[in-house]
Write a protein that binds this ligand. Structure first.
Ligand code: IFM
Length: 393
């Protein structure tokens, strides 16, 4: 039996564009209606209207934390023009969570931008960070009294890779120079947002907030025991896993480390040294890598918060096995001295998996996209027992 701390966050995560539906003012929607993607997000899960029902289910599943994102393009559909009704909507969302004794963990940027922001040059515009801060200040002022945990940017390296290096996601700005300049912008955006958030709390005499990013971390698996492989692993760790975190840590803008962990990657790539099970998108399932990675975070001397960990599969037994094995690894890392604040499964419900559409099923809750009926999966019930007892049997 593995015991977790009494004060532990057990929950799940979602993101606006993937669940809300009808996000007509953002760049993903714009690319979708221009036919760039095969699968448009449309109504998604209709979570925008059904959020109370979804939070009832989260409560029923004994979850005490939920991560969601605020859709910037709803709050600020035109530059400097804030939509008070949308701000009220997110206040209602936070309140609905609090009423159910669920801790809100709020993401401010989860892959989508308002269309106007991209039209003005996106993250390459000299004023990009100021635009973002205008939104951040507005939202944080509105929600601060009921929120402690903030995530400024979700998976900056993934966003930069798909949106800039490859250019297949909005804003479709392919190229290394675009990637580098946007990287710098995102680092500045985080650091300044961190300061804005802390200042708002200070001015309002509120207890200190906790601010981080959600870093998508991958376990780079050394497939040979030689110097070149070790160097290649080190370089990938530095570049993909730690560079962004180190930059913002150096700037004193990190209160905890937000971790999203899904998979491993062999080094050299595709050498297939460890043949393992895969999820329905073909990603390797490797819980041992979760442990190894968490240990590598020791150097930051900060608590860790698992903001995403999950599997897309049509085999619900495989989902439970995934959760179980990853929780075991997490517990091992905690025994080895890593302080962990909580574990959020990705995702509370099936949702719009970006360019892959609605095919991949990551949810603890099944969504019928014809009727929008929600059905709790068996794996969710098992996870609910862990959330309730705070232990893995
Ligand atoms: O669906 C995504 C999420 O938006 C960010 N992290 C990874 C998930 C699964 O691909």
């Amino acid at each position: 039996m593995l015991e977790f701390p009494k004060e532990f966050f057990w929950g799940s995560a979602i993101a606006a564009h993937q669940v809300e539906g009808g996000n007509i003012h953002n760049d993903w929607w714009d690319s979708e209606i221009k036919g760039v993607f095969k699968f448009p997000s449309g109504n998604a899960c209709r979570h925008y209207e059904l959020f109370r029902q979804d939070f009832d289910l989260a409560r029923q599943l004994n979850q005490n934390a939920l991560r969601f994102s605020i859709e910037w393009s709803r709050v600020e559909p035109r530059p400097g023009e804030f939509n008070e009704a949308e701000i009220q909507h997110y206040k209602d969302v936070v309140l609905a969570l609090r009423e159910r004794k669920i801790e809100p963990v709020i993401t401010l940027h989860h892959f989508t931008n308002p269309v106007w922001f991209n039209q003005l040059g996106g993250w390459q515009n000299k004023k990009a960070v100021d635009y973002f801060l205008g939104f951040v200040e507005k939202v944080v002022n509105a929600l601060s009294s009921d929120v402690k945990y903030w995530v400024t940017i979700n998976e900056p390296m993934i966003y930069l890779y798909f949106g800039y290096s490859l250019g297949i996601w909005p804003p479709h700005k392919k190229g290394i120079l675009n990637t580098i300049s946007s990287y710098k912008s995102l680092v500045r955006a985080h650091v300044k947002a961190y300061r804005v958030i802390h200042t708002v709390y200070k001015n309002k005499n509120l207890p200190e907030p906790k601010v981080s990013i959600a870093a998508n971390l991958r376990y780079f698996m050394p497939c040979k025991d030689d110097f070149t492989t070790r160097l290649a692993v080190h370089m990938r760790d530095r570049l993909y896993n730690f560079y962004f975190l180190e930059d913002i840590h150096k700037a004193g803008a990190l209160d905890y480390i937000g971790v999203n962990y899904y998979t491993k990657e062999d080094v050299p790539a595709k050498s297939g040294c460890a043949q393992v099970e895969k999820n329905s998108l073909g990603w390797d399932i490797y819980p041992a890598g979760f442990y190894e990675l968490l240990l590598k975070l020791k150097k930051f001397k900060l608590p860790v918060f698992i903001l995403e960990n999950g599997i897309c599969t049509v085999d619900d037994d495989q989902r439970w096995k995934y959760i179980y094995e990853h929780l075991k690894s997490l517990h091992r890392a905690m025994e080895a001295g890593i302080e962990v604040l909580g574990y959020l499964y990705w995702s509370l419900m099936d949702n719009f998996e970006w360019d892959k559409g609605f095919g991949p099923r990551f949810g603890l809750i099944d969504i019928d996209y014809n009727t929008y009926e929600r059905k709790i999966r068996e794996s969710a019930q098992k996870y609910a027992q862990v959330c309730l007892a705070g232990r893995l049997v």
